[in-house]
Design a protein around this ligand. Structure first.
Ligand code: CA
Length: 484
């Protein structure tokens, strides 16, 4: 069966500590809407109760200890999280957790250590002689009192920081030490992209590796998730990621699904990473997202035949998680590149109705976005596609990507599903578009209608098994056999 993920949060999900409770109540409904898995936000304690979780403070605090202003995380307590996971399990929803392993935020105490300052856009270029700074690199988690782990962090276990408390100055400061440097096994942007933010974890240190793997196994014991999303994967030593995947999966003793945020639209960079980790992980199709973004902006001047160009799903389909938008690309956030309103439904058809890719629907697209940049959800528009995905979008696929303004494809239907199969047409032109496509001679005489409801045509499949299918200007239509 073709599975579908829901990203069950947006950046401005309420910080009232009710998110896990909300999931408990909604789990059965989410499953009923056609989702098979939920990707949850980081379960670990951040540096502030309102932080979405990416400013990770203590990975052993799942909302259990009074630290950083509250017992709960932004999303609730550990017990509420466990209840939510149980509710998902009872209804058959898979649970994927977001793991923030690149950095730590909100250090408990300052330390003094020697650094070399490097250039923001070239981290291999040193711009000053080494000097001493004060950084928040000491973590002893006083609120947890050594429960679950007595490991304490100090500056030796980090590669760099971005704040000098002594001079009250920001910069990128590489922490000096014997044989210590940025990792070689990270993305190559900015000379070396090991450093992203906060105190960057030094995975070259054997004690760090042991501790983080011990944590991964502990987390698997505590929550028994079905999968994990590795946040900021391009900034983490890929050899460590490989080791983490192997050891945590072996410890769990069952299939664990790993997917990673390798935020680089370059196919080559993604494939180098996949090669490093023996293809044991899927990656978000970042290039496809940017293609959607560009298509949305350029409207009728975009050449739709290029929509899959350079994408992971085209080149490496078995490792691609396809998505339209996420919590970082939504308006006002760090990677803002929100797909245009008119192109949302066409973009969702391009991930939900295809043979390849593991599609992920964004909470913000489905239910809407709150905060300063409010956006209405498109639940009805996405629901019809989820329904078509389950009922019609089966079997082999044939593409008709032959006109810059109008593209289409056929799903021929599954062998054992009567009446399945569909014809999809997307147009970005200023006028309606149409496409003559072959759906099969055995379909001759069938009446096909647009199940999205966007068009009212009734198309009769001709004697040769062809149909002429229309889409409105800047819209999508999905035809399938008329249901009685
Ligand atoms: Ca790093």
């Amino acid at each position: 069966m073709d599975l579908t993920i829901m990203q069950y949060f947006e950046w401005h999900s309420p910080d009232d500590g009710e998110h896990w409770n909300h999931l408990s109540k909604e789990a059965a409904k989410i499953k009923g809407q056609g989702f098979d898995a939920v990707w949850l936000p980081p379960p670990t304690k951040a540096d502030h109760p309102s932080n979405p979780g990416y400013a990770a403070y203590d990975v052993y605090d799942l909302g259990e200890f009074d630290q950083k202003g509250s017992v709960r995380t932004k999303y609730g307590t550990k017990e509420q999280l466990q209840n939510a996971i149980n509710a998902c399990r009872e209804t058959g929803l898979l649970v994927y957790l977001d793991l923030v392993m690149n950095h730590k935020a909100g250090g408990d105490e300052k330390e003094t250590f020697k650094v070399v300052e490097v250039k923001e856009d070239d981290r291999e270029e040193e711009i000053r002689e080494p000097f001493d700074i004060e950084g928040y690199t000491y973590f002893d988690f006083p609120g947890r009192q050594g429960k679950h782990s007595d490991f304490k962090w100090n500056f030796n276990l980090f590669t760099g920081v971005d704040y000098d408390a002594k001079e009250e100055r920001n910069g990128i400061f590489r922490i000096m030490g014997e044989d210590k440097d940025w990792s070689d096994n990270v993305d190559a942007e900015h000379g070396n992209y090991d450093y992203l933010m906060y105190a960057d974890i030094n995975y070259a240190h054997p004690e760090v590796q042991e501790e983080m793997i011990r944590w991964g196994k502990w987390l698997s014991d505590e929550l028994d998730a079905d999968g994990y999303r590795i946040d900021a994967a391009k900034h983490i030593d890929s050899n460590f990621i490989k080791r983490f995947i192997d050891e945590v999966a072996e410890h769990a003793g069952r299939d664990i699904y790993f997917f990673g945020e390798y935020w680089n639209p370059s196919l080559e960079a993604n494939e180098d990473f996949l090669d490093d980790v023996s293809f044991d992980i899927d990656v978000f199709d970042v290039r496809l997202h940017y293609n959607f973004y560009t298509a949305g902006l350029e409207k009728e001047t975009y050449n739709l035949t290029q929509i899959f160009d350079g994408s992971m799903v085209a080149e490496n389909p078995s490792n691609a998680v396809t998505f339209v938008d996420n919590h970082d690309t939504q308006p006002g956030e760090s990677l803002e590149s929100f797909v245009a309103d008119w192109f949302k439904q066409p973009a969702y058809s391009l991930i939900l109705l295809r043979q390849d890719g593991y599609p992920c629907v964004f909470y913000g697209d489905y239910h809407g976005i709150s905060g300063d940049h409010k956006v209405d959800g498109k639940r009805d528009e996405i629901d019809v596609l989820l329904d078509i995905r389950k009922k019609l979008a089966h079997g082999n696929q044939k593409d008709y990507f032959d006109h810059p303004d109008t593209i289409g494809w056929i799903r021929f239907g599954g062998e054992h599903t009567t009446g399945s199969g569909c014809a999809v047409v997307i147009s970005n032109g200023l006028e309606e578009g149409f496409k003559k496509m072959h759906v099969g001679e055995i379909r001759t005489g069938e009446k096909w209608v647009d199940h999205t409801g966007n068009r009212a045509d009734e198309i009769t499949i001709d004697e040769e098994g062809n149909g002429v299918f229309y889409a409105d200007s800047q819209s999508v239509s999905v035809y399938g056999k008329k249901m009685d």
